[in-house]
Design a protein around this ligand. Structure first.
Ligand code: ZN
Ligand code: ZN
Length: 412
């Protein structure tokens, strides 16, 4: 049984003993013991996998099928997520040059999670790491991963300080931000921010998310169609809010005589005929629902199409709602008018009760302030409806019943 197939069989049949067990029958102690053993086995298996990955990269085996990197080979051949594949290659490659770490890992004295912290530390300055490796491995032996992370950060800071050219400049030189279109108009953002910019970003995101959470806590759940978001989704929303509020500021610089704003390019028939397409300047084509919502309160370029892809006449870029009209709506409504919501005007769009594409006028009587969330809820197919009855907005639940109305804060 020396062939690789034979060895794989041995490995698998050793695990079969575990796989066939009925866990509900097992005593606690046995369950814990087995867990500990499997944890050890997983660590050893992963370590051996990474050792082979490093060797595969060194020999360039991945190139045989035309892959340009070991990460791409790993991602494609084993359906590993791209980010995870890059991470694993990075760890495998790093460990290759970390003899002390490898020794401790093989002896089971440090976990792979700890080793990954050290791999990342090494990337800052491989030479300095080689000198400090014994002490850092010692720290990995004695600390939990969270504490080790702090030790590694201190070490990195010390290394940065020691640098002749000054750590701060180096960190700043590493700053970068990429934003690129991926699929269906999604934009992928990734990058590294210097500590100062990063702090500003995190502080702003936190501030927006806190404000959102406070506003959300006042609105009653369910009735107002709030969706439950993950933290990552909330951060994405917060970033969008920060960008939109900046775009809305009237004191920011003009470029080429105008202030760039979110612009929807729309075929004249697009909003009525849901099959024709609309486009955002940067994100590209968007579906009719999004187009209709954005077109409620954005800059619009109307395009008359001669054929499916042949523009006949491209109109000027015009804001749907003039700054004066917006001021009037804000003065009247002050905040989101959805019952129970009081997100202030800077967080709001001016919504056409009857969309202009359906013949609704862009006039005070047909405009109402809605925060981004409630604007989305009204436009998308959540079933919530809004009508104007005698100049007062009437919001209805999907079942047709009326949501508690509220007079505007200021008369008129
Ligand atoms: Zn709208
Ligand atoms: Zn609202």
């Amino acid at each position: 049984m020396d062939t690789s197939e034979g060895r794989a069989d041995q490995l698998r049949s050793a695990l079969d003993a575990f796989r066939n067990e009925d866990l509900s029958e097992q005593p606690d102690a046995r369950l814990e013991e087995d867990f500990a053993e499997l944890q050890r086995v997983v660590e050893i298996a992963e370590r051996e996998r990474l050792r082979r990955l490093a060797e595969i990269e060194r020999r360039g085996i991945f190139g045989r099928d035309g892959h340009l990197s070991a990460a791409s080979w790993l991602a494609t051949s084993f359906r590993v997520a791209w980010g995870a594949a890059k991470d694993q290659v990075r760890t495998a490659r790093g460990l290759d040059d970390m003899p002390e770490t490898r020794k401790a890992l093989d002896a089971g004295e440090v976990s792979l999670s700890a080793a990954k912290v050290l791999v990342q530390a090494r990337e800052v300055d491989p030479d300095a790491f080689a000198k400090s490796e014994p002490e850092l491995v010692e720290a990995a032996r004695g600390h939990q991963v969270g504490d080790l992370q702090r030790v590694a950060t201190h070490w990195r800071n010390a290394v940065e300080r020691d640098r002749a050219d000054g750590g701060e400049d180096r960190l700043r030189a590493m700053r970068r931000l990429n934003a690129s279109r991926t699929f269906a108009g999604m934009i992928r953002v990734d990058g590294d921010l210097d500590p100062e910019t990063g702090e500003a970003l995190l502080t702003s995101l936190r501030a927006v998310m806190d404000a959102e959470a406070r506003a959300g806590a006042r609105a009653q759940p369910g009735e107002h169609g709030q969706d439950v978001c993950t933290p990552a989704q909330r951060r994405a929303d917060a970033l969008g809010e920060i960008c939109r509020q900046w775009l809305d500021r009237s004191d920011r610089p003009r470029i080429g005589g105008e202030r760039p704003h979110v612009t929807v390019t729309i075929g004249m028939e697009a909003l009525r005929d849901l099959r024709s397409s609309s486009e955002l300047d940067h994100a590209g084509p968007v579906g009719p629902e999004i187009a209709k919502r954005l077109a409620c309160d954005a800059s619009i370029v109307r395009v008359v199409m001669a054929g499916p892809s042949e523009p006949l006449d491209v109109g000027r870029r015009t804001p749907v709602i003039s700054p004066a009209q917006r001021r009037a709506v804000v003065a009247r409504d002050c905040h989101c008018r959805f019952p129970g919501c009081d997100r202030p005007a800077p967080w709001c769009d001016a919504h056409h009760v009857v969309h202009w594409a359906d013949g609704g006028p862009t006039a005070l009587g047909n405009l109402i302030l809605l925060c981004r969330r409630h604007h989305r809820i009204l436009h998308e197919r959540h079933g919530f409806r809004l009508d104007m009855g005698d100049g007062r907005p009437v919001f209805r639940r999907p079942d047709g019943s009326v949501l508690g109305d509220r007079a505007p804060p200021l008369a008129g």
